[in-house]
Design a protein around this ligand. Structure first.
Ligand SMILES: C[S@@+](CC[C@H](N)C(=O)[O-])C[C@H]1O[C@@H](n2cnc3c(N)ncnc32)[C@H](O)[C@@H]1O
Length: 330
């Protein structure tokens, strides 16, 4: 699809809610998930002086150039993972970052391009890498991981109850021939998971493989910890998540940083800050209205959480930010 058409049709999820909860928007912001630039553009239109845009997918540079033509030096682009924003010298040397926003997951550009291997609706190579990382690809995971690893991965990252059966069928099928395309994988899953009106049976397994390929959970936890250090007092961290594992990481992070976790065991080390460094600006996560979901199906699972930094209180031990981690062993 043409770039101008993508931009015309692109509706960033929960954008208005993000802007109104984060108001007044000012100073320099980091948009850690630039995509087609919808959030960056809205930040600039609503008071940000500068946006440092990050995306691990280098193809998003095309959209960045359009924004740069309009805003010049007010926008900068870094092709890297948001997990490494603290390692970026230009970003790290700044002491005026007023906000960090992450609108997680894949973009519609990823899903619409079958060659990227994210879609179970169109056939393409089993790839699923968002960035330029060497590997592993989805194909390597599907064809090389042990049956037990596949089952764990599909269960923990996809929350798929039929994980063991799917893993077993994948291993049986790959003995006959290499599983090479998204369609082949989707058919294997569809033969096991019953049909559901709302969701393709392959959704959860595809989510699981994508999370593993892109190291999504660890990257999110690293980015949140770094964002809290990077922003000034009064600054904002806003995150849009698309599934419950991501949302739990953000929620736990918010609890820890607001000194809101209690240890069950008085002998265990402290797991939260001794004083709050962040406060949540919304008690419950913001979800999309029925109207937004009707216009944009992707919005149906989106949740927005926004936090404000209230002090520079030193970090406690962040042991409660727990999430499932599956060793790939390949
Ligand atoms: C849902 S899209 C963002 C859409 C964007 N907010 C907009 O308005 O166009 C998510 C983007 O984040 C990028 N992304 C995902 N994980 C990332 C990571 N760890 N580091 C940097 N970019 C990441 C993806 O490549 C994708 O372009």
């Amino acid at each position: 699809m043409e770039v101008s058409k993508i931009l015309q049709e692109h509706e960033p999820v929960l954008l208005k809610d993000f802007i109104s909860l984060s108001a007044p928007i000012k100073g320099c912001w980091i948009d850690g998930t630039f995509g087609a630039g919808g959030y960056s553009r809205a930040l600039l239109q609503n008071g940000a002086c500068q946006v440092l845009a990050i995306d691990k997918d280098s193809t998003t540079k095309t959209f960045f150039k359009i924004l740069q033509n309009e805003y010049g030096d007010k926008v900068k682009f870094y092709n890297q993972s948001f997990a490494d924003m603290g390692k970026n010298n230009e970003i790290n040397s700044r002491n005026d970052i007023c906000g960090v926003v992450l609108d997680l997951g894949v973009s519609s550009m990823h899903l619409d391009n079958p060659h990227r291997g994210f879609s179970f609706k169109k056939s393409g190579p089993l790839d699923m890498r968002m960035g330029n990382q060497p590997g592993p690809t989805a194909s390597e995971i599907i064809n090389l991981c042990s049956e037990a690893t596949l089952a764990d991965l599909i269960f923990f990252y996809g929350q798929e109850r039929k994980a063991k059966k799917i893993a077993n069928r994948i291993v049986t099928e790959r003995k006959k021939r290499k599983i090479s395309t998204t369609m082949e994988l989707a058919q294997i899953i569809r033969a096991i998971v019953p049909k559901n009106f709302n969701k393709d049976p392959a959704t959860r397994t595809f989510q699981a493989i994508r999370i593993a390929v892109n190291n999504e959970l660890k990257d999110l936890s690293r980015a949140l910890t770094c964002a809290e250090k990077i922003i000034i007092k009064g600054g904002i961290i806003a995150v849009v998540t698309f599934h419950s594992i991501e949302d739990k990481i953000v929620k736990d992070f918010g609890k820890i940083m607001s000194g809101n976790t209690s240890s069950n065991n008085r002998y265990s080390p402290p797991t939260s800050k001794t004083c709050a460094s962040l406060i949540p600006l919304n008690k419950r996560p913001i979800v999309a209205t029925a109207n937004e979901i009707e216009r944009n199906k992707r919005a149906r699972s989106a949740k927005l959480r926004v936090y404000k930094k209230v002090s520079d209180c030193p970090s406690g031990l962040l042991t409660s930010m727990q999430f499932p981690e599956v060793e790939l062993g390949i």
